[in-house]
Design a protein around this ligand. Sequence first.
Ligand code: F6R
Length: 248
Amino acid sequence: MQVIIVKDKAQMGKTAAEIVAEGMQAKEHFVLGLATGTTPIPLYRELIRMHRKEGLDFSTTITFNLDEYVGIEGTHEQSYRFFMNRELFDHVNINKKATHVPDGMADDAEMFCAEYESMIADCGGVDCQVLGIGSNGHIGFNEPGTSLGSRTHKTALTESTVKDNSRLFEKVEDVPTEALTMGIGTILDAESILLLASGANKAKAVADAIEGPVTATCPASALQFHPNVTFVITEDAATVLKLEWVRA
Ligand code: F6R
């Protein structure tokens, strides 16, 4: 596991974008796993800049998003499909048909989740999975207690996640309480994983993920099993970490 501690969010975005761009340039039909939320926005801004100023080409890139709320359309401003279009896809030369976000309106969620797994497999698997982390250690919408071997599934959001996400909705009652999410097992199948974290409110979850015991109580701790994980975290998200090797 590699841990890169950077000064601020802008530096986190630049460092992460360099890693993603290197992968995209090394492989045609690069399969990129994506996350939503506040954390990856500096990464997406930097990728857009690299596309505009340095010609970073998205035309053959394939993307799979981690998750989507259940019960809201992709046209809803708080849906993750809408977020991805607004924050990245609408600003680069990606083929929208090659961008995949779970369908939160699927009639048969179970069947859809199985299909999502097959679609990922048919593309040869995810080459690089971008992750954020919840203050409770969740990755995707895999809340504490989720099986470390889980596959794409429908899940209920915890009260703390609903509360964290309510800042983006008019009132807390508007926040969906269920989501479709890649499972922890699905995430661990990616060739490489890039976890981003910024802010003091993430410091404990980051420390638990990197140097705590591997436990479903902190879903991100499962990343310790993966051979190719990079954490890019800001200084304020690194304050609870103890290990000297991390700071070397
Ligand atoms: C979003 C996702 C979530 C977020 C996490 C952190 O697709 O999978 O796990 O990464 O909730 O969210 P932010 O970045 O808003 O703090």
